[in-house]
Ligand binder design. Structure first.
Ligand code: DGL
Length: 278
């Protein structure tokens, strides 16, 4: 009897865990470019998304500030009982992913600029990495360049103003094009034929970047690779097949404003709640 009971308890615990949500966060709405890949790869899972828009852009902040914000997100996810965390922000993962991994015993999957695949694919031998100012200055990105940039010229390009355009869902127009041109043109002039979208906001500017870069330049977004890694890591606690997972959205910014941007980027009207005391 004792054995049967403990088996049942274990089964119940396991079933409960399979239904726990996956927590995904970014400094703002950019992480939706990762969330959409996760939704595609894991249709049965409940997803909690936090846009820390009240503190965006992280790219202009120092490491101490970013690390404190990651702690605030972690506190919310701990409370929500998530079964995995996705850091859908290159800047946050460059600065604070180690601390997060040390605190949680659930899988923590973090995006990072796709320097390795870019270095493998370039034909000109020059790649450009488009990222935030903080990410470009981080030792994590320096390590990626050192590990994967052999025999390739890696141009790190900070892109001030880009994340803000995406936060306002201004994905096209003269102002967006001018901001894109200012950062992309110097990379093309130096011979880059491969550009890494090293910030999760930037895939939403893909059309503007591609127009500027032309057809011979490849753009690389690591979001699908992050989703594949998450699939692998949550496999033991995957939600039941055939189930339709939900998405819930939270923000530290204005729920109305962020709700508008999320609705536009996610492609449907979306309820966004204010994150309690974060
Ligand atoms: N989306 C973030 C990233 O991937 C950063 C944008 C920002 O807040 O500056 O780096």
């Amino acid at each position: 009897v004792a054995r049967r009971l403990s088996g049942a308890t274990i089964n119940t615990l396991h079933t409960m865990q399979t239904l726990h949500p996956i927590g995904v966060f970014d400094s703002g709405v950019g992480g939706l470019s990762v969330l959409r890949e996760i939704r595609r790869a894991l249709p049965a899972e409940d997803l909690l998304y936090v846009a820390d828009s009240g503190h965006a852009p992280y790219g202009e902040r120092d490491d101490t500030f970013i690390a404190a914000r990651v702690q605030a997100m972690a506190g919310f996810f701990r409370h929500a009982g998530v079964k995995a965390i996705v850091v859908a922000c290159n800047t946050a993962s460059a600065v604070a992913v180690h601390a997060l991994r040390a605190q949680f015993n659930v899988p923590v999957v973090a995006i990072e600029p796709a320097i390795k695949p870019a270095a493998q694919r370039t034909r000109s031998g020059v790649i450009g990495v488009l990222a935030t100012r903080s990410a470009v200055a981080s030792s994590a990105v320096a390590r990626l360049v050192q590990a994967h940039g052999h025999g390739v010229r890696v141009l790190l390009q900070a892109c001030p103003g880009w994340a803000e355009q995406v936060e306002r869902a201004e994905l096209s127009g003269a102002q967006t094009d001018a901001l894109v041109e200012r950062c992309v043109r110097p990379l093309l002039a130096q011979g880059a034929d491969t550009l890494v979208l090293g910030c999760t906001h930037y895939p939403f500017l893909r059309d503007a970047i591609a127009r500027m870069a032309g057809p011979n330049v490849e753009l690389i977004d690591p979001a699908p690779a992050v989703a594949r890694e998450l699939v692998r890591r949550v496999a033991p606690r995957a939600g039941p097949a055939g189930r339709r997972g939900t998405e819930r959205f939270w923000t530290t910014g204005s729920p109305q404003q962020v709700g508008k941007a999320i609705g536009a980027l996610w492609g449907q009207p979306t309820l966004v709640l204010e994150l309690p005391s974060a």
